[in-house]
Design a protein. Structure first.
Length: 123
């Protein structure tokens, strides 16, 4: 599928895999709390890019799902910050993920701007 060629998809998917794996290093009592939250929000970043691309024939629908992706990226950043603050002893990989998600958020935002200005309207 063509969405696989998008840099934001590639980055989001790679980050999802890393985040998912790191989440299992949280303390046992966080596995179904904060761990579950961050797994779901990071997956949502990717899923909304894919679902939006499936609706890309309709510019406004595409933008809507890209905005959902950007919002999920923000939620993931929040959960990463919580982990960094709550568990400093295991924070190094989460700090790296935070930096990467921050960059991804900027890329998604730029891509939304591109779609708003230059995406073909088929309606």
């Amino acid at each position: 599928m063509a969405f696989r060629k998008l840099e934001i998809f590639k980055s989001a998917y790679e980050l999802f895999i890393k985040t998912h794996r790191e989440s299992f290093k949280l303390p046992k009592h966080e596995m179904y709390e904060l761990g579950s939250q961050i797994r779901r929000s990071s997956e949502s970043v990717v899923a909304n890019i894919v679902e939006g691309y499936g609706r890309s024939r309709y510019k406004q629908e595409y933008i809507r799902f890209l905005v959902f992706s950007h919002s999920s990226n923000g939620e993931t950043l929040l959960h990463l910050q919580e982990i960094i603050e709550l568990y400093p002893e295991i924070s190094i990989p989460f700090k790296d993920l935070h930096e990467q998600y921050d960059i991804l958020g900027a890329r998604i935002n730029k891509y939304i701007q591109y779609v708003e200005l230059k995406w073909n309207d088929f309606d």
